[in-house]
Write a protein that binds this ligand. Structure first.
Ligand SMILES: Cc1cc2nc3c(=O)[nH]c(=O)nc-3n(C[C@H](O)[C@H](O)[C@H](O)COP(=O)(O)OP(=O)(O)OC[C@H]3O[C@@H](n4cnc5c(N)ncnc54)[C@H](O)[C@@H]3O)c2cc1C
Length: 352
């Protein structure tokens, strides 16, 4: 079988890369082992333009947000469903100092932040002492459904190899790559955290970390907003259910969900919610984060047949649409890559 591209991994990165290649009329096979505890299936799929205790605008938010909205809307139209839900974030300030910083940002002209007009509006649902502000636009994306729909499309189009990719079976030649009976011009790795062990890219500065989340049922909490109070509560498509998270752990990456996270999060929820709730699920996955907090995009400096789209860190939902499209434009039209994301910034390391 001859195809233009072989893609390894069908998380949000591999899904969107193959989507844009399909739109460009290119052929491909995606190899994915269907693992459950991967970042894209555990994530809430939140797109939040503001980050950290000092309420900074996230990197390239002005470009990433419209691009993500367009991409997920086009996918929704393609599958006749909705993946992206615009829901603003209500940020409950943890202290008067935090409120002051928030107000300063608004006065400084940050258009993603606004004072919430009725400070008591959420009292019936959430316990809070220092007021709240609004972050908008923000989105929740149903990544689980999108990945499942795209996987089915790949199967229907004979474009999925549902197995674990084994690097020792890959042959590189001057005119492309060969894997089993598949020949392709290039192989593109979208492996998420396991990319840390990829023979061609393992020297890149990954900084993997594990995150956990609870899925809860809280029928009396309105699903109109995302609620942020130390942790995030995001409404899910099933009425009355919410995603609650998350954590950052740099050790015990293989441990899966921990009792410590569950206990701490249940306590936080009890201290925050005015309504009874029930824990339905507890999940964990490893984020493919990087030391510089910038993704790895492009072709290997020594092996032009080998590429990467990885390192999405905590922001795959907004970064992957933009950089998957950019990588496709680079592959097909030699369009430039964003220098901070171009994997060739590590040419010296990758040439070792
Ligand atoms: C708890 C938690 C909450 C998060 N919340 C958010 C959020 O709200 N918003 C946001 O933007 N981001 C969030 N993230 C981060 C986000 O999940 C990641 O940035 C993104 O999902 C990474 O996607 P990916 O496709 O690059 O990798 P992955 O999702 O890890 O996908 C990689 C795929 O490759 C497959 N694979 C790997 N190796 C092989 C192999 N050898 N053979 C075959 N298949 C292979 C895997 O099985 C998987 O299907 C969160 C992460 C966690 C853990």
């Amino acid at each position: 079988m001859n195809v233009d591209f072989l893609i390894v991994g069908q998380g949000i990165s591999g899904t969107l890369l193959s989507w844009f290649l399909h739109r460009a009329g290119k052929s491909f096979v995606v190899i994915d082992n269907g693992a459950d505890s991967i970042a894209s299936k555990v994530a809430a799929g939140i797109i939040n333009p503001v980050t950290g205790r000092r309420y900074q605008t996230t990197w390239k938010a002005d470009e990433l947000l419209p691009h993500a909205e367009k991409t997920y809307s086009e996918l929704g139209a393609f599958f006749d469903t909705q993946y992206l839900f615009r829901k603003h974030i209500i940020d409950f300030f943890p202290s008067p100092a935090a409120r002051e910083i928030f107000v300063e940002r608004i006065q400084g002209g940050n258009t993603y932040m606004d004072a919430y007009p009725d400070q008591n509006h959420f009292n019936r649902h959430i316990k809070y002492d220092f007021g709240c502000g609004e972050i908008r636009p923000a989105y929740v994306t149903n990544l689980g459904l999108l990945l499942a729909d795209w996987r089915k499309w790949l199967i229907d189009h004979n474009a999925l190899l549902p197995e674990t990719f084994e690097a020792e079976r890959l042959q590189l030649s001057d005119d492309g790559v060969r894997y089993s009976d598949i020949r392709a011009e290039k192989i593109l790795f979208c492996e998420g955290a396991p990319g840390n062990n990829n023979p061609w890219f393992h020297l890149l500065p990954f900084a993997l970390n594990k995150g956990e989340a609870l899925i809860i049922e809280c029928p009396d909490l309105p699903n109109t907003h995302l609620y942020k109070k130390g942790f995030l509560l995001a409404p899910l498509p099933v009425q009355g259910t919410f995603w609650a998270g998350s954590s950052y752990a740099w050790e015990g990456l293989d441990e899966g969900p921990t009792e410590a996270f569950r206990l701490k999060t249940v306590q936080l929820l009890e201290a925050t919610l005015q309504h009874p709730f029930k824990v339905l699920l507890h999940k964990a996955a490893v984020r493919p984060a990087t030391v510089e907090r910038r993704p790895f995009v492009g072709l290997h400096p020594l092996h032009q047949q080998v590429g990467i789209l990885n390192g999405m860190g905590t922001k795959g939902t907004s970064l992957a649409p933009y950089f998957a499209q950019q990588l496709v434009n680079h592959l097909l039209h030699d369009a430039p890559l964003t220098p901070e994301a171009d994997v060739r910034r590590f040419t010296r390391i990758l040439s070792k």
